[in-house]
Design a protein around this ligand. Structure first.
Ligand SMILES: Nc1nc2c(c(=O)[nH]1)N[C@H]1C(S)=C(S)[C@@H](COP(=O)(O)OP(=O)(O)OC[C@H]3O[C@@H](n4cnc5c(N)ncnc54)[C@H](O)[C@@H]3O)O[C@H]1N2
Ligand code: MOO
Length: 417
């Protein structure tokens, strides 16, 4: 008598007797095996944010280049002791721009504005608000330390110091820093081109008429937008049906136009799972059975030398796998080094029982100082991805999370979204 298969009432149960790669091991493998594949070009600070710095960059100039006033007020040689002081004020004023060209005699003060280089004879500034201005003189109360209300030359960064390191994904703040230290052109990696391809006969274009049994391609617009947010050049390769020859041709095209390829759908081992079948035929596929939920089936391979991330079709799994695996891996290809998302511990605002032995990612958001999770864990529940503002990451060994227990919340922003 034949036995029915062991009861499997959801798609998340781990098949018995199969070894599953823990998430951290899978990540360590990627980290070991991938490196930069892009060339180097030069951009101005205006175009630098979002690009990956290709080499260490040293300051050409100190910031600030000269000692200068931090406030509007009066400058003189300090320090001054406690008590009332009166100083004559000389003609003219020191303002940001060309340095005041005469020395200020000892015992005199000069009108000075924020950002003005300190004239000779000035090392201390008193704030406008602390001064009474009379006819050709000022009065104020000490004490005041030498150097008060001034900024030292190079106090922020000195010429020849390394301002930014290779591999850094440049930020708007970096554009300011590069400019301030005199840099007009920086070497950056060419943007990594990443092709996105959806597979499945059931898919129609967003906005198109969908017949019964058809669904709109939801993964492609999501993945293209995610890649753009990560700073990559997202290349839209459209949709292909479950037709191996067409898929092969489209992969060829994608390999010619991009440095890496993301596909969604057809990643598992079913009859219509052509992505894995083709990668396997090409002899360069690793089926990664990763101990993760969602996103178990992940087909990783090379197509004409280009890494292919065969993401699962379910949109929630496609997004989670992109955040957890594809983003750091693509970061390595882009020359940005390995990037772990920054999360933080926070009390759980939910209860959950979990099978030990796999990492789980729950759609989550922070409310009232606690992480709350989406009501359903269904891998097709796209509305939960929109509802969420990040993911809760449950450790492999976790079994039972009770309200108030510490859990790790990773905001979407930490993944670069
Ligand atoms: N017998 C088993 N069946 C399945 C298993 C399993 O272990 N044994 N795993 C399940 C899990 S978990 C997932 S995830 C999926 C992954 O399968 P595929 O990567 O082969 O994806 P498809 O079968 O092509 O599609 C799954 C699902 O997602 C929908 N889909 C696909 N592409 C899109 C798209 N671009 N936009 C929106 N929705 C998309 C598709 O229609 C399916 O509903 O396999 C389970 N099965
Ligand atoms: O774990 Mo599948 O990867 O649900 O969606």
């Amino acid at each position: 008598m034949i036995e029915p298969p062991p009861l499997r009432n959801d798609c998340f149960a781990l098949p018995a007797g199969v070894d599953w790669t823990p998430v951290d091991e899978a990540l360590a493998l990627l980290r070991d095996r991938l490196g930069p594949v892009t060339g180097i070009e030069t951009v101005t600070p205006f175009a630098a944010p979002g690009r990956v710095l290709a080499e260490d960059v040293a300051a050409l100039r100190s910031n600030p280049p000269l000692p200068n006033a931090a406030v509007d007020g009066y400058g003189f040689a300090g320090a001054v002791a406690e008590g009332v002081h009166r100083l004559p004020v000389i003609e003219g004023r020191a303002a940001a721009g060309p340095r005041f060209d005469r020395p200020v005699p000892a015992g005199s003060a000069i009108r000075i504005l924020t950002g003005a280089a300190l004239p000779d004879g000035v090392d201390t500034v008193i704030l406008d608000e602390d001064v009474t201005v009379g006819d050709g003189e000022i009065a104020f109360r000490g004490p005041l330390k030498r150097g008060a209300n001034t900024r030292r030359a190079g106090e922020d960064i000195r010429a020849a110091e390394v301002a930014l390191r290779a591999g850094r994904a440049l930020t708007p703040a970096d554009a300011a820093l590069l400019s301030a230290v005199g840099i007009g052109a920086v070497p950056v990696r060419a943007r990594l081109r990443v092709a996105v391809l959806s597979t499945g006969d059931e898919l129609v274009e967003p906005g198109a008429q969908a017949g019964p049994g058809q669904i709109h391609d939801a993964n492609r617009p999501m993945l293209l937008a995610m890649l753009a947010r990560f700073g990559f050049d997202a290349v839209d390769m459209g949709r292909v049906g479950d037709d191996r020859a067409a898929l092969r041709a489209r992969l060829d095209d994608a390999a010619a136009r991009a440095d890496a390829i993301l596909t969604s759908g057809g990643a598992s081992a079913g009859d219509e799972d052509h992505v894995s079948a083709l990668l396997r035929d090409a002899g360069a596929m690793q089926r990664w059975r990763i101990a993760i939920k969602p996103g178990r089936p992940l087909a990783l391979g090379l197509w004409q030398g280009r890494p292919v991330f065969g993401l699962p079709g379910n949109p929630v799994a496609a997004m989670v796998c992109t955040l957890v695996f594809a983003r750091p891996a693509l970061g390595l290809l882009a020359g940005a080094g390995w990037r772990d998302p920054v999360g933080f511990e926070t009390p759980a605002g939910f209860e959950k029982r979990k099978k030990p032995g796999r990492r789980e990612y729950l759609r989550a958001r922070m409310r009232d100082g606690r992480a709350e999770v989406f009501a359903s864990e269904g891998s097709g529940r796209i509305s939960g991805l929109s509802w969420a503002e990040g993911l809760v990451e449950l450790e492999d060994g976790e079994r039972h999370v009770r309200p108030g227990d510490p859990v790790r919340f990773i905001p979407y922003g930490s993944y670069g979204l």
